[in-house]
Design a protein around this ligand. Sequence first.
Ligand code: B1M
Length: 213
Amino acid sequence: MAEFPELTQAVIDGNAKKVLEIVNEELKKNATPQSLLTNYMIPGMLHVGKLMQEGEYFIPEVLRSAKAMRGALELLEPLLGQGADRQSEGYVVIGTVDGDIHDIGKNLVAMLLKGAGFQVNDLGVSVKKEVCIEALKAREGKVILGLSALITPTLEEMPIVIEALKEAGLRDRIKVMVGGAPVTQEFADEIGADGTAEDAAGAVDLAKRLMQS
Ligand code: B1M
């Protein structure tokens, strides 16, 4: 018996064509984008991380899997928004912190936020604090700033951005949400963020709570 379901294995193998094929087939059978992501594709990427850690996968293999994931995310993105309340839930500026180029998780968070009715300004990866400040200044009223980090060394960028918000006089109207695999609730509290979430669905719930707080 195969160790992983076919879709998970296709992500692990970095077989972009097969990932798209299976996703398309499953959608025709009425599978939801959320279940394809949560139950099959994300576990595939997590296994890729394990193989990387064990020295079985190197950057080229990891990039192939990331590319396969990205192709399928592009296909799923419009579907994640279907049925959502189109009235804006709020405005979110999001990015991966300076020095960090991981964006699959951040993109998922951005997608689900859009699907839930938030307006999202995605600043991309390795975003400098000045770029965050500029984007936040351009928007009046309450705004959520979402910061993602995947490698431990770049976690230290998060408090630097929060400090920059204070210096720019923006902290009182900006809610800061932090996330990414190495981020814990304890860390979020320590740096004075307004919250953290373990996954993209949790990030949507948190964003809704922050808009009401
Ligand atoms: Co990198 N990498 N990587 N990598 N990579 C990790 C993160 C690592 C854990 C792998 C390992 O060693 N096991 C390790 C970090 C160790 C550490 O510091 N703790 C690591 C390393 C070391 C590196 C390099 C330094 C390797 C090198 O060059 N020697 C290098 C760093 C480059 C840099 O950023 N400066 C590097 C490079 C890369 C690639 C470019 C090859 C590629 C990224 C491609 C891309 O993103 N476009 C890559 C990948 C793919 C990974 C792994 C395998 C997978 C990450 C991923 O996409 N996960 C990863 C292993 C792992 O995470 N186990 C690894 C799937 C994704 C859906 O989950 O991103 O966690 P995640 O997002 C989740 C939650 O965290 C949360 O919701 C998401 C959805 O559920 N979330 C938020 C994320 N952001 C959020 C924000 C929120 C709220 C929730 O609010 C704002």
